[in-house]
Design a protein around this ligand. Structure first.
Ligand SMILES: O=C(O)CCC(=O)C(=O)O
Length: 264
């Protein structure tokens, strides 16, 4: 399946501007010579990290996002891995990913389970409480994660054990930790023998700058595509059979000794 990552600017605390901008970028992605089957958006694209105002700005029950992404997916017959948004449910705000298939049907919803204390996420947001895998099509099973989640190898391993052949990672990963970003994403791909598809934002928010470098990494750890530091589309091809052949070549999953690992 052909896939495009929308490495985008995000306006701080301005959902109207962000919905309009993402709509433009998504339309642009569909005009490429090779039409993508899957589009991927960055993390918290509706509000950015406007955490002080997040209870006022977050999308109530994700309704605006749901309508926007579902309509887009159906109209254009494309899967949309909707990055994540600030989603308000009763008096709580979650950092939530929605996924829609080509018919515009929601196939997954995941709320970030590891909140990032360096950005004080835990003071404003509520953590999700479940891990999520979902089927796209043609045997392509995927796992959901968001940004800081990639520092927790237990999560991606459990998604791989549940059948995921691709790990999606929308992010707002800032400078100066490019080295961590590239290394952690490569490690998650190599150790789990799965595709890692990571869409980061670009631009500045207060004192924080975001470096882009969105990546598609294959199950052997080869970089299929990597962005620069400006707004751009990053595109590649996902072949679920490559995951199977890498897993046969080095049978990591058969050679595990889970009874010896003390993870708690
Ligand atoms: O772990 C990091 O260095 C960055 C994580 C982050 O920015 C986030 O989860 O929003």
């Amino acid at each position: 399946m052909n896939i495009s990552l929308i490495q985008s600017y995000i306006a701080l605390g301005d959902p109207d501007a962000n919905f309009a901008h993402l709509a433009e970028q998504m339309d642009k992605a569909l005009q490429q010579e090779t039409k993508p089957d899957i589009l991927v958006l960055p993390e918290m694209w509706n509000t950015g990290y406007a955490l002080d105002q997040i209870h006022e700005l977050a999308d109530l029950n994700g309704e605006r996002t749901h309508t926007f992404l579902s309509t887009f997916a159906k109209k254009n017959q494309v899967h949309v891995v909707g990055g994540s948004i600030a989603e308000k449910v009763e008096d709580r705000v979650y950092n939530t990913m929605y996924v829609f298939n080509r018919e515009g049907r929601q196939t997954a919803k995941y709320s970030k389970i590891h909140l990032f204390c360096l950005m004080e996420e835990e003071k404003h947001l509520t953590a999700g409480v479940e891990t999520v895998t979902f089927e796209m099509e043609d045997g392509l099973f995927a796992g959901a994660s968001i940004c800081y989640d990639i520092r927790f190898p237990e999560l991606s391993r459990s998604l791989a054990l549940a059948g995921a052949k691709v790990l999606f990672v929308p992010a707002e990963w800032p400078n100066p930790r490019l080295h961590h970003w590239r290394t952690l994403l490569s490690a998650r791909a190599i150790e789990n023998q799965m595709y890692v598809v990571a869409c980061n934002r670009v631009g500045t928010s207060g004192d924080t700058t975001f470096f882009g470098h969105s990546m598609i990494i294959d199950p052997w750890g080869e970089i299929v595509a990597e962005g620069g530091e400006d707004e751009e589309l990053i595109s590649g091809y996902l072949d679920p059979e490559l995951t199977d052949s890498v897993r046969q070549r080095i049978p990591v999953f058969e050679d595990r000794n889970p009874h010896l690992y003390k993870l708690d």
